[in-house]
Design a binder for this molecule. Structure first.
Ligand code: LRH
Ligand code: MN
Ligand code: MN
Length: 383
């Protein structure tokens, strides 16, 4: 087993994974959590240090607002990582109760567009090329607002943001089928996101957050369809049992993650040239956060490694000859192969620890953080 195809594969980690988190019932305080964006970047750098897989960290604005973004980017570089996607935030301002980019009031829409101009400036200062928008807008009751007018207002707001972008910047548009509104979300699905992206132009692409679908949705089908249109810009990887659980990717259903990676590999979209940004969007409510992130990036690598093992020539022949069980068996052969040993060997060959979780534990980083960081912050909410 050789995995040269993994050499250039990377996963982007979110700054908000390192802060305290929980549910709306309870946020648990953990020792040594970051007190500011610099400490979040330092924690994210630990994931890369021990895995060699996670050289970028996404920021969320205003959660990660600082006076000098160039200084934050320089600090990231010192730590061996760089700033990745910049996420806007339209879900924590009283003005946005009835919507932001789709609000009926032009003044509220203008405020939401201006927030994205701020995010574009953050990108210019940090060298980030991806503006990621999750639109939390929607309605709770039939008749509350015109579904159609909301789409028209949204299209206009997005156009204003797109026009403000530099030629080398991308707009990544995320969808979610429910929450925080429950009758109708304004971007509930990949189709709606794709339609807005197509209207905007080539530099607008869809973000697929694995937690944002109804149970039973065939996510790999959506991956395939977006890749066919060259509009899969990024993943927000996580795991779910019930809703938007944001648990560790590949923990609830590693087979689903494998099936997604099979679609990715089938068109070479794991290579950097495809520009699919493989990001995590997770919280670690009860487990340790940095080890949780290490485990997550390793899970993604493992799923990709298994997808690379599929005997594509044999699979294609079986598919074309109508060999149903043969084709299925070929896929399962790859999924059931244990790649942990070969991946550990590969890490060792590249000067990385065989067991990154154990290496992080042995490094003493967590104990030092716990001793020196007093008053760490909640991830996002309240930060
Ligand atoms: C919304 C979401 C979106 C946000 C993040 C914190 O559920 O997935 O990506 O930016 O959570
Ligand atoms: Mn997300
Ligand atoms: Mn989510």
């Amino acid at each position: 087993m050789t995995f040269d195809e993994l050499d250039e594969f990377t996963v982007e980690v979110p700054s908000w994974a390192y802060g305290n988190s929980g549910t709306r019932f309870k946020v648990f305080a953990a020792p040594g959590v970051p007190r500011d964006p610099y400490e979040k970047v330092a924690d994210a750098a630990q994931v890369h240090r021990h895995t060699g897989l996670a050289p970028r960290v996404s920021l969320h604005i205003p959660w990660d607002r600082v006076d000098d973004y160039a200084a934050l980017a320089a600090y990231a570089k010192e730590q061996g990582v760089r700033i990745g996607a910049i996420n806007s935030n339209l879900f924590q301002d009283d003005d946005y109760k009835l919507g932001s980019l789709a609000h009926a009031d032009p003044a509220v829409r203008a405020k939401a567009v201006a927030h994205h101009r701020e995010c574009l400036d953050v990108m210019r200062a940090t060298g980030s090329k991806d503006l990621k928008i999750w639109l939390p807008d929607g309605t709770n009751y039939a008749g509350q607002d015109s579904l159609r007018d909301r789409q028209d207002r949204l299209a206009d707001s997005l156009q204003r943001i797109y026009t403000a972008m530099d030629p080398d910047q991308r707009l990544l548009l995320e969808y979610k089928f429910f929450e925080p509104y429950f009758y109708a979300m304004d971007i509930p699905d990949w189709g709606t996101s794709l339609l807005h992206c197509l209207a905007l132009g080539e530099r607008a692409q869809v973000v697929l957050d694995t937690g944002h679908h109804a149970p039973g949705t065939n996510i790999e089908f959506i991956v395939m369809q977006l890749l066919r249109q060259d509009r899969l810009g990024a993943f927000d990887f996580n795991s779910r049992f019930y809703a938007d659980d944001d648990l560790i990717v590949g923990s609830a259903d590693p087979f689903q993650l494998f099936r997604i990676m099979v679609e990715i590999v089938s068109v070479g979209a794991h290579r950097p040239a495809s520009r699919v940004n493989f990001m995590l969007d997770q919280c670690h409510n009860i487990e340790e956060k940095i080890p949780g992130q290490i485990r997550s990036v390793l899970n993604v690598e493992q799923a990709l490694a298994k997808a690379l093992l599929v005997d594509t020539a044999a699979l294609s022949a079986a598919q074309r000859s109508g060999d149903v069980l043969g084709a299925h068996g070929l896929l399962m052969d790859a999924f059931e192969t244990d790649v942990r040993g070969p991946l550990a060997d590969r890490r060792e060959e590249r000067g990385l620890p065989r067991d990154p979780v154990a290496a992080f534990a042995a490094s003493g980083y967590a104990a030092t953080a716990a001793a020196t960081r007093v008053g760490g912050r909640q991830a996002g909410w309240g930060a």
